[in-house]
Design a protein around this ligand. Sequence first.
Ligand SMILES: Nc1ncnc2c1ncn2[C@@H]1O[C@H](COP(=O)(O)OP(=O)(O)OP(=O)(O)O)[C@@H](O)[C@H]1O
Ligand SMILES: [Mg+2]
Length: 374
Amino acid sequence: MRSPRLEALRSALEKAEFRLAATQDLARVGDWELDRHTGRMYWSRELFRLFERPEALGVPDLNEALGYFSLESTNRTRDLFWEAIDSGRRCALEQEVLLPSGEERRHFTVIVPVADETGRVFRLYGTVQDITERRRLEAERLEHLERLEELSRHLVEIEERERRELASALHDRASPNLAALQILFSSLADALPESARDELAPLLEDASALLADTTAGIREICTNLRPATLDYAGLVPALREYVAQFRARTGLDVRVDAASGSPPCALSRATQTLCFRLVQEALTNCAKHARAGSVRIGLGGCAGGVLLQIGDDGVGFDLSRLGEAGSTPGLGLITMRERVELAGGDFRLYTRPGDGTVIEVRLPAELHPAETNR
Ligand SMILES: Nc1ncnc2c1ncn2[C@@H]1O[C@H](COP(=O)(O)OP(=O)(O)OP(=O)(O)O)[C@@H](O)[C@H]1O
Ligand SMILES: [Mg+2]
Protein backbone atom coordinates (compact mmCIF):
# COMPACT_ATOMS: atom_id res chain seq x y z
CA MET A 1 0.00 0.00 0.00
CA ARG A 2 1.28 3.47 -0.89
CA SER A 3 1.42 6.04 1.86
CA PRO A 4 0.03 9.52 1.06
CA ARG A 5 3.44 11.01 1.95
CA LEU A 6 5.15 8.76 -0.59
CA GLU A 7 2.58 9.72 -3.21
CA ALA A 8 3.15 13.41 -2.55
CA LEU A 9 6.92 12.95 -2.89
CA ARG A 10 6.50 10.99 -6.13
CA SER A 11 4.24 13.67 -7.57
CA ALA A 12 6.69 16.44 -6.57
CA LEU A 13 9.52 14.50 -8.18
CA GLU A 14 7.58 14.03 -11.42
CA LYS A 15 6.80 17.73 -11.53
CA ALA A 16 10.47 18.64 -10.98
CA GLU A 17 11.53 16.22 -13.72
CA PHE A 18 8.95 17.65 -16.09
CA ARG A 19 10.13 21.19 -15.38
CA LEU A 20 13.77 20.24 -15.88
CA ALA A 21 13.00 18.57 -19.23
CA ALA A 22 10.93 21.58 -20.35
CA THR A 23 13.73 23.97 -19.35
CA GLN A 24 16.34 21.90 -21.21
CA ASP A 25 14.12 21.89 -24.27
CA LEU A 26 13.61 25.67 -24.15
CA ALA A 27 17.29 26.48 -23.57
CA ARG A 28 18.54 23.70 -25.86
CA VAL A 29 20.72 22.47 -23.03
CA GLY A 30 21.25 18.79 -22.31
CA ASP A 31 23.16 17.12 -19.50
CA TRP A 32 25.17 13.96 -19.11
CA GLU A 33 27.11 11.90 -16.60
CA LEU A 34 30.05 9.57 -17.02
CA ASP A 35 31.04 6.92 -14.51
CA ARG A 36 34.79 6.95 -14.71
CA HIS A 37 35.27 3.29 -13.79
CA THR A 38 32.54 1.58 -15.81
CA GLY A 39 32.73 4.12 -18.68
CA ARG A 40 28.89 4.17 -18.63
CA MET A 41 27.13 7.38 -19.53
CA TYR A 42 23.78 8.95 -18.78
CA TRP A 43 22.19 11.32 -21.34
CA SER A 44 19.21 13.53 -20.74
CA ARG A 45 16.42 13.44 -23.32
CA GLU A 46 17.45 16.86 -24.68
CA LEU A 47 20.96 15.56 -25.30
CA PHE A 48 19.52 12.87 -27.58
CA ARG A 49 17.75 15.62 -29.51
CA LEU A 50 20.89 17.80 -29.70
CA PHE A 51 22.83 14.90 -31.27
CA GLU A 52 19.86 13.72 -33.39
CA ARG A 53 20.20 10.33 -31.72
CA PRO A 54 17.08 8.16 -31.53
CA GLU A 55 16.42 7.23 -27.91
CA ALA A 56 15.84 3.65 -29.08
CA LEU A 57 19.58 3.41 -29.74
CA GLY A 58 20.24 3.98 -26.06
CA VAL A 59 23.04 5.99 -24.50
CA PRO A 60 26.34 5.73 -26.42
CA ASP A 61 29.56 4.79 -24.72
CA LEU A 62 32.26 7.47 -24.52
CA ASN A 63 34.03 6.49 -27.76
CA GLU A 64 30.82 6.48 -29.71
CA ALA A 65 29.84 9.84 -28.21
CA LEU A 66 33.19 11.32 -29.25
CA GLY A 67 32.45 10.19 -32.82
CA TYR A 68 29.92 13.03 -33.14
CA PHE A 69 32.71 15.62 -33.11
CA SER A 70 35.22 16.84 -35.67
CA LEU A 71 38.67 15.34 -35.20
CA GLU A 72 40.00 18.47 -33.54
CA SER A 73 37.03 18.70 -31.16
CA THR A 74 37.34 15.00 -30.33
CA ASN A 75 40.99 15.43 -29.32
CA ARG A 76 40.27 18.59 -27.39
CA THR A 77 37.33 16.97 -25.57
CA ARG A 78 39.50 14.00 -24.59
CA ASP A 79 42.22 16.36 -23.31
CA LEU A 80 39.72 18.33 -21.25
CA PHE A 81 38.22 15.18 -19.73
CA TRP A 82 41.69 14.30 -18.46
CA GLU A 83 42.36 17.86 -17.38
CA ALA A 84 39.14 17.87 -15.32
CA ILE A 85 40.09 14.51 -13.77
CA ASP A 86 43.69 15.52 -12.99
CA SER A 87 42.98 19.02 -11.72
CA GLY A 88 39.61 18.36 -10.06
CA ARG A 89 38.41 21.62 -11.63
CA ARG A 90 35.57 22.28 -14.06
CA CYS A 91 36.50 22.83 -17.68
CA ALA A 92 34.61 24.14 -20.66
CA LEU A 93 35.03 24.05 -24.42
CA GLU A 94 33.35 24.71 -27.72
CA GLN A 95 32.92 21.75 -30.07
CA GLU A 96 32.24 21.30 -33.76
CA VAL A 97 29.52 18.67 -34.06
CA LEU A 98 28.75 16.66 -37.20
CA LEU A 99 25.17 15.39 -36.93
CA PRO A 100 23.94 12.21 -38.65
CA SER A 101 21.79 14.42 -40.94
CA GLY A 102 25.01 16.03 -42.21
CA GLU A 103 24.30 19.34 -40.45
CA GLU A 104 27.15 21.04 -38.62
CA ARG A 105 26.43 22.54 -35.20
CA ARG A 106 28.43 24.20 -32.44
CA HIS A 107 28.08 23.03 -28.87
CA PHE A 108 29.33 24.56 -25.65
CA THR A 109 30.17 21.84 -23.14
CA VAL A 110 30.97 22.18 -19.46
CA ILE A 111 32.71 19.28 -17.69
CA VAL A 112 32.47 19.05 -13.90
CA PRO A 113 34.50 16.45 -11.95
CA VAL A 114 33.05 14.80 -8.83
CA ALA A 115 35.59 13.48 -6.31
CA ASP A 116 35.28 11.13 -3.33
CA GLU A 117 36.55 12.04 0.14
CA THR A 118 40.13 11.07 -0.84
CA GLY A 119 40.03 13.51 -3.74
CA ARG A 120 39.80 10.84 -6.45
CA VAL A 121 37.51 11.81 -9.29
CA PHE A 122 35.05 8.98 -9.82
CA ARG A 123 32.46 10.70 -11.94
CA LEU A 124 32.16 13.51 -14.47
CA TYR A 125 29.01 15.33 -15.27
CA GLY A 126 28.26 18.28 -17.41
CA THR A 127 26.02 20.24 -19.71
CA VAL A 128 25.89 20.72 -23.47
CA GLN A 129 24.36 23.80 -25.04
CA ASP A 130 23.67 24.33 -28.73
CA ILE A 131 25.20 27.74 -29.52
CA THR A 132 25.10 27.48 -33.33
CA GLU A 133 22.62 30.32 -33.76
CA ARG A 134 24.47 32.62 -31.37
CA ARG A 135 27.77 32.02 -33.18
CA ARG A 136 26.10 32.63 -36.54
CA LEU A 137 24.69 35.96 -35.34
CA GLU A 138 28.06 36.94 -33.89
CA ALA A 139 29.80 36.13 -37.18
CA GLU A 140 27.18 38.19 -39.05
CA ARG A 141 27.62 41.12 -36.67
CA LEU A 142 31.40 41.02 -37.13
CA GLU A 143 30.99 40.91 -40.88
CA HIS A 144 28.72 43.97 -40.78
CA LEU A 145 31.17 45.75 -38.53
CA GLU A 146 34.05 45.01 -40.90
CA ARG A 147 32.02 46.25 -43.86
CA LEU A 148 31.15 49.41 -41.96
CA GLU A 149 34.80 50.01 -41.08
CA GLU A 150 35.79 49.45 -44.70
CA LEU A 151 33.16 51.93 -45.80
CA SER A 152 34.26 54.53 -43.26
CA ARG A 153 37.88 54.11 -44.36
CA HIS A 154 36.84 54.56 -47.93
CA LEU A 155 34.92 57.73 -47.06
CA VAL A 156 37.95 59.15 -45.25
CA GLU A 157 40.08 58.41 -48.31
CA ILE A 158 37.57 60.08 -50.61
CA GLU A 159 37.38 63.12 -48.32
CA GLU A 160 41.17 63.53 -48.33
CA ARG A 161 41.37 63.05 -52.11
CA GLU A 162 38.64 65.61 -52.68
CA ARG A 163 40.39 68.09 -50.42
CA ARG A 164 43.59 67.64 -52.41
CA GLU A 165 41.79 67.98 -55.74
CA LEU A 166 39.87 71.04 -54.60
CA ALA A 167 43.06 72.65 -53.30
CA SER A 168 44.83 71.98 -56.63
CA ALA A 169 41.92 73.24 -58.72
CA LEU A 170 41.53 76.38 -56.62
CA HIS A 171 45.24 77.02 -56.70
CA ASP A 172 45.61 76.37 -60.44
CA ARG A 173 42.59 78.37 -61.54
CA ALA A 174 42.46 81.24 -59.06
CA SER A 175 46.02 81.98 -57.97
CA PRO A 176 47.59 82.68 -61.42
CA ASN A 177 44.57 84.76 -62.44
CA LEU A 178 44.74 86.79 -59.25
CA ALA A 179 48.49 87.35 -59.72
CA ALA A 180 47.87 88.43 -63.35
CA LEU A 181 45.04 90.72 -62.21
CA GLN A 182 47.35 92.38 -59.69
CA ILE A 183 49.96 93.05 -62.41
CA LEU A 184 47.30 94.30 -64.83
CA PHE A 185 45.86 96.49 -62.14
CA SER A 186 49.22 98.13 -61.32
CA SER A 187 49.87 98.68 -65.05
CA LEU A 188 46.46 100.28 -65.47
CA ALA A 189 47.00 102.48 -62.43
CA ASP A 190 50.43 103.51 -63.78
CA ALA A 191 48.90 104.30 -67.19
CA LEU A 192 46.36 106.71 -65.73
CA PRO A 193 47.06 110.43 -66.11
CA GLU A 194 48.42 111.82 -62.89
CA SER A 195 45.34 113.93 -62.14
CA ALA A 196 43.02 110.92 -62.53
CA ARG A 197 45.35 108.77 -60.44
CA ASP A 198 45.22 111.28 -57.57
CA GLU A 199 41.47 111.56 -57.82
CA LEU A 200 40.98 107.76 -57.87
CA ALA A 201 43.66 107.06 -55.26
CA PRO A 202 41.26 105.89 -52.45
CA LEU A 203 39.41 103.60 -54.89
CA LEU A 204 42.64 102.21 -56.31
CA GLU A 205 43.96 101.49 -52.83
CA ASP A 206 40.70 99.79 -51.86
CA ALA A 207 40.71 97.59 -54.93
CA SER A 208 44.36 96.71 -54.46
CA ALA A 209 43.76 95.76 -50.80
CA LEU A 210 40.75 93.66 -51.86
CA LEU A 211 42.87 91.81 -54.40
CA ALA A 212 45.61 91.18 -51.83
CA ASP A 213 43.03 90.02 -49.27
CA THR A 214 41.39 87.63 -51.76
CA THR A 215 44.79 86.22 -52.73
CA ALA A 216 45.65 85.64 -49.05
CA GLY A 217 42.20 84.16 -48.40
CA ILE A 218 42.50 81.66 -51.23
CA ARG A 219 45.97 80.75 -50.09
CA GLU A 220 44.66 80.09 -46.60
CA ILE A 221 41.80 77.95 -47.92
CA CYS A 222 44.29 75.95 -50.01
CA THR A 223 46.56 75.51 -46.98
CA ASN A 224 43.63 74.24 -44.91
CA LEU A 225 42.58 71.86 -47.64
CA ARG A 226 46.06 70.62 -48.30
CA PRO A 227 48.84 71.99 -46.13
CA ALA A 228 51.86 72.06 -48.46
CA THR A 229 54.18 72.45 -45.46
CA LEU A 230 53.04 69.01 -44.35
CA ASP A 231 54.34 67.59 -47.63
CA TYR A 232 57.58 69.56 -47.62
CA ALA A 233 58.57 69.92 -43.98
CA GLY A 234 56.39 67.53 -41.96
CA LEU A 235 53.90 67.73 -39.13
CA VAL A 236 55.51 70.08 -36.61
CA PRO A 237 56.26 72.95 -39.05
CA ALA A 238 52.81 72.49 -40.63
CA LEU A 239 51.17 72.70 -37.21
CA ARG A 240 53.17 75.80 -36.26
CA GLU A 241 52.18 77.48 -39.53
CA TYR A 242 48.52 76.56 -39.09
CA VAL A 243 48.52 77.70 -35.45
CA ALA A 244 50.08 81.05 -36.39
CA GLN A 245 47.27 81.65 -38.91
CA PHE A 246 44.67 80.46 -36.41
CA ARG A 247 46.05 82.77 -33.70
CA ALA A 248 45.95 85.74 -36.06
CA ARG A 249 42.40 84.95 -37.10
CA THR A 250 40.89 84.22 -33.66
CA GLY A 251 43.13 86.05 -31.18
CA LEU A 252 43.31 82.82 -29.15
CA ASP A 253 46.57 82.09 -27.36
CA VAL A 254 47.64 78.72 -28.81
CA ARG A 255 50.97 77.05 -27.98
CA VAL A 256 52.54 74.04 -29.68
CA ASP A 257 54.77 71.93 -27.43
CA ALA A 258 56.47 69.45 -29.69
CA ALA A 259 59.49 67.47 -28.68
CA SER A 260 61.63 68.55 -31.62
CA GLY A 261 63.17 65.63 -33.41
CA SER A 262 62.57 61.97 -33.04
CA PRO A 263 59.04 60.61 -32.61
CA PRO A 264 56.84 62.88 -34.76
CA CYS A 265 59.41 62.95 -37.58
CA ALA A 266 59.39 59.16 -37.83
CA LEU A 267 55.66 59.11 -38.45
CA SER A 268 54.21 57.97 -41.75
CA ARG A 269 52.65 60.57 -44.04
CA ALA A 270 49.18 59.20 -43.25
CA THR A 271 49.72 59.52 -39.47
CA GLN A 272 50.96 63.09 -39.90
CA THR A 273 47.96 64.04 -42.05
CA LEU A 274 45.60 62.51 -39.51
CA CYS A 275 47.25 64.42 -36.62
CA PHE A 276 46.95 67.62 -38.62
CA ARG A 277 43.23 67.05 -39.31
CA LEU A 278 42.61 66.29 -35.63
CA VAL A 279 44.27 69.54 -34.56
CA GLN A 280 42.26 71.45 -37.19
CA GLU A 281 38.94 70.12 -35.83
CA ALA A 282 39.94 70.48 -32.17
CA LEU A 283 41.06 74.09 -32.67
CA THR A 284 37.89 74.88 -34.62
CA ASN A 285 35.90 73.53 -31.67
CA CYS A 286 37.94 75.70 -29.28
CA ALA A 287 37.13 78.77 -31.37
CA LYS A 288 33.45 77.87 -31.75
CA HIS A 289 32.54 76.51 -28.32
CA ALA A 290 35.25 76.77 -25.66
CA ARG A 291 35.49 80.51 -24.86
CA ALA A 292 39.02 79.59 -23.83
CA GLY A 293 41.88 81.89 -22.84
CA SER A 294 44.55 79.54 -24.07
CA VAL A 295 45.03 76.25 -25.86
CA ARG A 296 47.99 73.91 -25.64
CA ILE A 297 48.88 71.37 -28.28
CA GLY A 298 51.30 68.67 -27.13
CA LEU A 299 53.00 66.30 -29.51
CA GLY A 300 55.37 63.61 -28.34
CA GLY A 301 56.28 59.97 -28.63
CA CYS A 302 54.59 57.06 -26.92
CA ALA A 303 55.11 53.32 -27.26
CA GLY A 304 55.32 52.66 -31.00
CA GLY A 305 53.76 55.92 -32.08
CA VAL A 306 52.67 59.41 -31.24
CA LEU A 307 50.77 61.03 -28.40
CA LEU A 308 48.79 64.11 -29.39
CA GLN A 309 47.07 66.26 -26.78
CA ILE A 310 44.94 69.31 -27.33
CA GLY A 311 43.79 71.00 -24.14
CA ASP A 312 41.92 74.25 -23.56
CA ASP A 313 41.01 76.15 -20.40
CA GLY A 314 37.53 76.99 -21.63
CA VAL A 315 34.00 76.29 -20.47
CA GLY A 316 34.10 72.51 -20.98
CA PHE A 317 30.87 70.58 -21.48
CA ASP A 318 28.80 67.66 -20.29
CA LEU A 319 29.60 64.74 -22.60
CA SER A 320 26.55 62.77 -21.47
CA ARG A 321 24.24 65.54 -22.69
CA LEU A 322 25.47 65.61 -26.28
CA GLY A 323 22.64 64.84 -28.66
CA GLU A 324 19.89 65.58 -26.12
CA ALA A 325 16.55 66.75 -27.45
CA GLY A 326 16.70 70.36 -28.63
CA SER A 327 20.33 70.25 -29.72
CA THR A 328 21.70 69.19 -33.08
CA PRO A 329 24.71 66.99 -32.51
CA GLY A 330 27.75 67.87 -34.61
CA LEU A 331 29.99 65.42 -36.39
CA GLY A 332 33.43 66.74 -35.39
CA LEU A 333 34.05 64.65 -32.27
CA ILE A 334 32.48 61.51 -33.74
CA THR A 335 34.57 61.81 -36.90
CA MET A 336 37.75 62.39 -34.89
CA ARG A 337 37.14 59.32 -32.75
CA GLU A 338 36.21 57.21 -35.76
CA ARG A 339 39.27 58.19 -37.77
CA VAL A 340 41.58 57.49 -34.83
CA GLU A 341 40.03 54.11 -34.09
CA LEU A 342 40.01 53.09 -37.75
CA ALA A 343 43.71 53.90 -37.79
CA GLY A 344 44.26 51.52 -34.87
CA GLY A 345 44.71 54.34 -32.34
CA ASP A 346 43.08 55.37 -29.09
CA PHE A 347 40.91 58.49 -28.66
CA ARG A 348 40.05 59.97 -25.27
CA LEU A 349 38.22 63.12 -24.32
CA TYR A 350 38.26 64.60 -20.82
CA THR A 351 35.90 67.45 -20.03
CA ARG A 352 33.52 68.79 -17.41
CA PRO A 353 31.42 71.95 -17.37
CA GLY A 354 33.66 74.78 -16.22
CA ASP A 355 36.77 72.66 -16.40
CA GLY A 356 38.16 72.94 -19.92
CA THR A 357 38.50 70.16 -22.47
CA VAL A 358 41.40 67.84 -23.21
CA ILE A 359 41.63 65.51 -26.19
CA GLU A 360 44.24 62.78 -25.97
CA VAL A 361 45.07 60.64 -28.99
CA ARG A 362 47.54 57.81 -29.35
CA LEU A 363 48.35 56.72 -32.89
CA PRO A 364 50.68 54.09 -34.28
CA ALA A 365 53.61 55.48 -36.30
CA GLU A 366 52.39 53.47 -39.30
CA LEU A 367 48.67 53.52 -39.94
CA HIS A 368 46.41 50.71 -41.06
CA PRO A 369 47.36 49.71 -44.66
CA ALA A 370 44.14 51.20 -46.04
CA GLU A 371 45.07 54.57 -44.54
CA THR A 372 48.58 54.77 -45.92
CA ASN A 373 47.83 55.75 -49.50
CA ARG A 374 46.61 59.19 -48.53
N1 LIG B 1 36.64 72.49 -26.79
C1 LIG B 1 35.34 72.51 -26.49
N2 LIG B 1 34.87 73.30 -25.50
C2 LIG B 1 33.55 73.33 -25.18
N3 LIG B 1 32.61 72.58 -25.81
C3 LIG B 1 33.02 71.78 -26.79
C4 LIG B 1 34.40 71.68 -27.20
N4 LIG B 1 34.50 70.77 -28.19
C5 LIG B 1 33.24 70.32 -28.40
N5 LIG B 1 32.35 70.92 -27.58
C6 LIG B 1 30.91 70.62 -27.45
O1 LIG B 1 30.68 69.36 -28.07
C7 LIG B 1 29.74 69.50 -29.12
C8 LIG B 1 30.09 68.53 -30.23
O2 LIG B 1 31.28 68.94 -30.90
P1 LIG B 1 31.46 68.49 -32.41
O3 LIG B 1 32.78 68.96 -32.87
O4 LIG B 1 31.16 67.05 -32.50
O5 LIG B 1 30.27 69.24 -33.15
P2 LIG B 1 30.15 70.76 -33.58
O6 LIG B 1 31.45 71.47 -33.42
O7 LIG B 1 28.97 71.34 -32.84
O8 LIG B 1 29.75 70.65 -35.12
P3 LIG B 1 30.71 70.22 -36.32
O9 LIG B 1 32.04 69.82 -35.76
O10 LIG B 1 30.01 69.06 -36.97
O11 LIG B 1 30.81 71.41 -37.20
C9 LIG B 1 29.78 70.93 -29.51
O12 LIG B 1 28.56 71.35 -30.08
C10 LIG B 1 30.05 71.62 -28.18
O13 LIG B 1 28.85 71.75 -27.45
MG1 LIG C 1 33.22 70.61 -34.25
